[in-house]
Design a protein around this ligand. Structure first.
Ligand SMILES: [Zn+2]
Length: 290
């Protein structure tokens, strides 16, 4: 069934787990994410980057998601990841997506707040939740973002902006970075605790690929209830494709559906491992009722 992102994250917040938000790339990975959640009776959030939604198109993406999620026995939300582009936001809101991340981290504070308030008004009028990012999370993801910290604020400022704009989820800088880590990150779970206390809103962890199970647990205990996984899924997808193609070359057997099956299996296993780490296994029925 199709679910609200904020509702799922709030259920995780109230019950000590985080909902995995998985960046999908196509219908193959989308169906593998839903299959993993179904197998483990877990809620899940399907996330799409602006680059992917531009490549597939909002209409096809929306229709494909609905076909895959509507009759799934677990709650599944559709979320637009890091989007600084107001037109793409408007298109996804109009298409009835569960939520959007308005990424205003490239704007100065006043501009970020003003535009975030406009996005919230537009989205809430259509029943769409808004994740807010005004500090930039380090690293470039599908062409969005920066490798240096451009905007960072106190948790008090973040809480005040969240309160004035009426956003539903917060994506603050937590010491993590997009992509693969070249050195161990300095994690900031105390910021989660401060924001959770100041706002009561679900806090989102970006840059999750490469963190350990203990790191995730520390963040979840501090109050994180949505965790984004993108790079890990891309690696699983591409390595499965590479291994299949190497075998095809060696054996002279060229069978695309069999490659798709290998990729789907690898993606499903990768997602399942995260659902287990995030503690959302078995929470589907309870999460769906709220
Ligand atoms: Zn991110």
């Amino acid at each position: 069934m199709i679910a609200s992102t904020a509702t799922l994250a709030r259920h995780g917040q109230a019950h000590g787990y985080a909902v995995a938000a998985i960046n999908i790339l196509d219908d193959l990975s989308l169906r593998a994410v839903v299959a993993a959640a179904t197998e483990l009776s877990s809620p899940v959030i399907v996330q799409v980057s602006v680059k992917t939604v531009r490549a597939i198109g909002v209409d096809l993406m929306t229709a494909t998601f609905r076909a895959a999620a509507d009759r799934a026995p677990v709650p599944v939300a559709l979320h637009l990841d890091h989007c600084p582009d107001r037109q793409v936001i408007a298109d996804c809101v109009r298409a009835g997506w569960s939520s959007v991340l308005f990424d205003a981290s490239d704007r100065d504070l006043d501009q970020a707040e003003a535009e975030t308030a406009e996005v919230v008004a537009l989205a809430h009028a259509a029943g769409v939740d808004v994740e807010s990012e005004i500090e930039n999370i380090i690293g470039v993801e599908d062409g969005v973002g920066s490798d240096v910290s451009v905007h960072s604020y106190s948790t008090r400022t973040l809480a005040d902006v969240a309160e004035r704009t009426g956003v539903d989820l917060l994506a603050p800088q937590l010491g993590t970075a997009h992509g693969s880590y070249t050195r161990a990150p300095v994690l900031l779970p105390d910021r989660v605790r401060e924001l959770a206390k100041l706002t009561g809103l679900p806090v989102v962890l970006h840059g999750g690929t490469g963190l350990t199970g203990d790191d995730f647990r520390t963040f979840i205990d501090a109050g994180v209830s949505k965790i984004n996984i993108s790079t890990g899924l891309k690696l699983a997808y591409m390595r499965a494709a590479r291994d299949h193609l190497n075998r095809a070359e060696a054996t002279g057997t060229w069978n695309p559906p069999s490659m798709f099956a290998d990729i789907a299996r690898a993606v499903q296993d990768e997602v399942a491992a995260h659902l287990e780490m995030f503690g959302s296994v078995g929470q589907a029925a309870a999460a769906a009722q709220r």
